[in-house]
Design a protein around this ligand. Structure first.
Ligand code: NAD
Length: 280
């Protein structure tokens, strides 16, 4: 027996690495905030990073008031310099960042023709390039420590296109590819990279969009609604030891929407979007 009363072998066995400090992007509201809350309540130190820096800090202050470890950081995910500053701020507060949750995103509506170059640049710049910049920022530290977890927030629409979600669908399909690419490139560095792909979630951003498109009562009548807590718990699973050997997974969190591929399971403002019909 060792001095602590434990078998000597146990004293010398190194403890497996585990996630302690997490950055969640787009965490001032909606899904990102839900993820941050679930993770903070589970004992992780969470940096809530968002372009709405003041709101992120206000939410972080509420979490601190409840006895959790949290800070708010201003971050524009589409700007590399902003990532460097945000990572430095998170590490100054809690130490090395073990996990990154790329959640910040926008979902503009429009077909391929309705999408102009500015909208394309903005959507792909935040949803796709923003996630890559974040991954690139955290990789050196994770590789040096030979441990890390990356979770990208995708969408059922990454693999099941819906009419009128052109730039968004393309960005999330790209994020799916990026998830698998990074998973393959860095698995030997002890870094696990996965995607959580939710179906419809009632969030401030989605409500605003639906209202703009004439759907004042969103999410009334919507089937298989996913909650922000659902997404938070899925992310938590991937960051806890249960996720230690999970890599390159696309975790669909949509009550089977992607399997049935039945857009009729959801309610969209224009009836023609509810069903796919081949009209030649
Ligand atoms: N709501 C849904 O139905 C749904 C479904 C599937 C996937 N998602 C995805 O979940 C993520 C969050 O969506 P949400 O519905 O919570 O949206 P939301 O609009 O309610 O929240 C998005 C957050 O991201 C922040 N953000 C926007 N641009 C940013 C930038 N450049 N840098 C940093 N932060 C920025 C916003 O300030 C906001 O706090 C998105 O990636 C979205 O595509 C949403």
């Amino acid at each position: 027996m060792g001095v602590t009363g434990q078998p000597a072998e146990a004293e010398s066995t190194p403890q497996p690495a585990q996630v302690r400090n997490v950055i969640v992007t787009g965490a001032a509201q909606g899904i990102g905030l839900g993820i941050a809350q679930v993770l903070a309540e589970a004992g992780f130190a969470v940096a809530l990073a968002d372009i709405q820096g003041d709101l992120a800090e206000a939410e972080a202050a509420k979490l601190r008031g409840a006895g959790h470890k949290a800070i708010g950081i201003g971050l524009d995910v589409s700007a590399d310099a902003s990532w460097k500053a945000a990572l430095a701020a998170a590490e100054a507060a809690f130490g090395p960042v073990d996990a990154l949750v790329n959640n910040a995103g926008i979902s503009p509506r429009g077909t391929a023709e309705m999408t102009d170059e500015a909208l394309w640049e903005r959507c792909l710049g935040i949803n796709l390039k923003g996630s890559w910049l974040g991954i690139r920022a955290v990789l050196p530290g994770m590789r040096a420590r030979r441990f890390g977890r990356i979770v990208n927030i995708g969408s059922t629409r990454a693999s099941r296109p819906l009419r009128g979600l052109f730039a968004y669908g393309v960005s999330k399909a790209g994020l799916l590819g990026m998830t698998q690419q990074v998973a393959v490139e860095y698995v030997t560095d002890g870094i696990m990279t996965n995607m959580v792909a939710p179906g419809w979630v009632d969030t401030p951003g989605e409500r605003l969009l639906q209202q703009r498109h004439g759907r004042e009562d969103f999410p009334a009548g919507l089937q298989n609604l996913i909650t922000v807590e659902d997404v938070g718990r899925a992310v938590r699973y991937l960051l806890e030891p249960g996720g230690d050997r999970v890599n390159g997974l696309i975790l669909y969190l949509d009550a089977g929407l992607h399997v049935a591929d039945d857009a009729g399971m959801i309610y969209l403002p224009e009836a023609e979007h509810n069903r796919y019909e081949q009209r030649l």
